[in-house]
Design a protein around this ligand. Structure first.
Ligand code: TNX
Length: 504
């Protein structure tokens, strides 16, 4: 804690201040609760989801503490010297994701109306413990938690990250690790960009060459890779257990070179192009006037929708500069109908807002506020991913060894100091589902590359998506973020230690 340990006793314990995303309300008190080796986690509910939240908490705390932390189910009663998770479905005040966390001398209680809220309460609890709690080996403790109360609920329902597995492939274990890190910061949507010019990354049973041929390329000539449907289902289940919905994206009608290499018949001229291993965009298109194209789209969307418990399928629609503009509009409208016919709602990048959009569809703003605004004019909602603020693949500084610069340089401060409700004239909170930070992977090959660009900027996006805009300042945030340095190190995250932040 360094200098802060000397701060007068009436100052709030740093632990509460440093919880990210900043909770709606918090009241630290003097004193601390110490987690004992005999502590239990008690679930006051018969919900199996609540029990699973308790198991995840126990699994998170066991390695560093070495405690057994048995999970017990009890009606009423208290969790003397332990942690109680109480589901109170009647108590709707905190919504679907809110929670109340009370750290008292006698024990800790998390209360929520829904299991997601319990889960988020336990994530705040992790952050109130010393950073060493995140180590995967036994640590000395003691495991003290400052007394106090947190009352919390998110501003937006959509708090997302996107991973492009098409430019470079990341196997299921890496995706699950990212899900774990997202969950710690209460992010709840993982958008997977599953296909692009350089590779097709999800097995489609009715079109097997998409992966057997289209999956074998990557930017820079790497070996590529793909998810079997089983791999993909295991990612979806892992995410779901952590209250993250996976949003699959199949990009069309542009960004399809990998599919076109796999099936010559999808090309207007019937000739398959060579695999693409460069970084340029905008040169490929599905053949809009072939009926086969719509059979292809229907098959792909059907199989992807069947693997998707969440309500959305993302169909890209961006940068279709090799598609005739009128044909683009007709194509996207048909695609929206196909997505709906498989029981899902369509998301597209903002360009889809140029078409006649249903109110249940969603556009993702990345580049042009005027185009994104067309979606809101049609009654559809927006996901906010303005590139200069949230694109995790932009360099931090000119010296950053990875990343691109087309949207500018994005320092940790730049990534934090923006608000979703002030990006597009006339577009406010009620038009916005939330925030999503994409990692495009043209320059990202390894786990440490990924860590370096994603962290710490994603943590700031998590706060923007969850916390009230009022009272968010860079000066306070940089100090609070600094406290996450030891935590990220304990988690093995090779974050960019930006000099803008007074890291501990
Ligand atoms: C733009 S954002 C793209 C991607 C690139 C990215 C690189 C968007 C909808 N399209 O194809 O990977 O820039 O930053």
């Amino acid at each position: 804690m360094g200098a802060d340990a000397g701060v007068a006793a009436q100052a709030p314990p740093p632990a509460y201040v440093t919880v990210i995303p900043r909770p709606l309300a918090q009241a630290p008190e003097r004193g601390a609760f110490t987690l004992q080796p005999s502590a239990r986690i008690v679930v006051r509910s018969t919900s199996s989801e609540a029990a699973r939240v308790a198991q995840l908490l126990a699994a998170a705390l066991r390695p560093a503490t070495g405690y057994r932390l048995p999970v017990a189910t009890a009606r009423g009663g208290d969790a003397a010297d332990g942690i109680a998770l109480a589901l109170t479905p009647g108590d709707r005040a905190l919504g679907n994701e809110g929670y109340r966390l009370v750290v008292a001398r006698e024990g800790i209680t998390v209360t929520a109306a829904r299991p997601a809220g319990l889960f988020y309460g336990t994530q705040s609890l992790r952050q109130l413990l010393p950073a060493a709690i995140e180590a995967d080996t036994l640590q000395p403790g003691p495991w003290r938690i400052a007394l106090g109360t947190i009352h919390d609920r998110p501003r937006f329902v959509w708090r997302g990250a996107m991973l492009d597995v098409a430019r470079h492939f990341f196997p299921p274990a890496e995706v699950k690790r990212l899900i774990d890190l997202m969950a710690l910061y209460k992010l709840n949507r993982l958008h997977l960009h599953l296909s692009d010019d350089q590779g097709w990354r999800i097995a489609i049973r009715s079109w097997p060459r998409l992966t057997s041929v289209g999956g074998r390329s990557a930017v820079g000539g790497g070996k590529g890779g793909f998810f079997t449907q089983r791999d993909y289902a295991s990612i979806v289940a892992y995410a779901r257990a952590r209250f993250v919905d996976v949003v699959p994206e199949i990009d069309m009608p542009g960004h399809v070179n990998a599919a076109l290499t796999a099936y010559a018949k999808l090309n207007c001229d019937g000739i398959a192009p060579a695999p693409h291993t460069g970084m340029e965009v905008g040169f490929s298109s599905l053949c809009i006037r072939k009926e086969l194209t719509y059979r292809f789209v229907d098959d792909v969307v059907r199989e992807v929708a069947a693997l998707t418990p969440g309500p959305y399928v993302h169909v890209g629609g961006d940068e279709a500069s090799s598609t005739d503009p009128a044909e683009y509009l007709a194509f996207m409208e048909r695609v929206e109908t196909i997505v709906r016919s498989h029981g899902k709602r369509m998301i597209g990048w903002e360009e889809v807002a140029k078409t006649k959009l249903r109110r249940t569809s969603v556009a993702q703003h990345w580049h042009d506020p005027a185009v994104a605004g067309l979606a809101v004019q049609q009654g559809a909602k927006l996901i906010m991913s303005p590139a200069p603020k949230v694109y995790l693949d932009m360099k931090y500084t000119p010296e950053t060894r990875l990343g691109l610069t087309w949207a500018g340089l994005t320092s940790v401060r730049d990534a934090y100091t923006w608000d979703p409700a002030t990006q597009i004239p006339g577009v406010g909170d009620r038009d916005i589902l939330g925030v999503e930070a994409p990692l495009w992977t043209e320059t990202v090959v390894t786990r440490s590359d990924l860590d370096y660009l994603v962290f710490p900027r994603l943590i700031g996006q998590a706060e923007i998506g969850w916390s009230p805009a009022a009272g968010r300042t860079w000066q306070r945030y940089r100090w609070r973020l600094a406290a996450h340095g030891p935590r990220l190190r304990a988690l093995g995250v090779s974050f960019y230690a930006s000099p803008e932040v007074p890291w501990r």
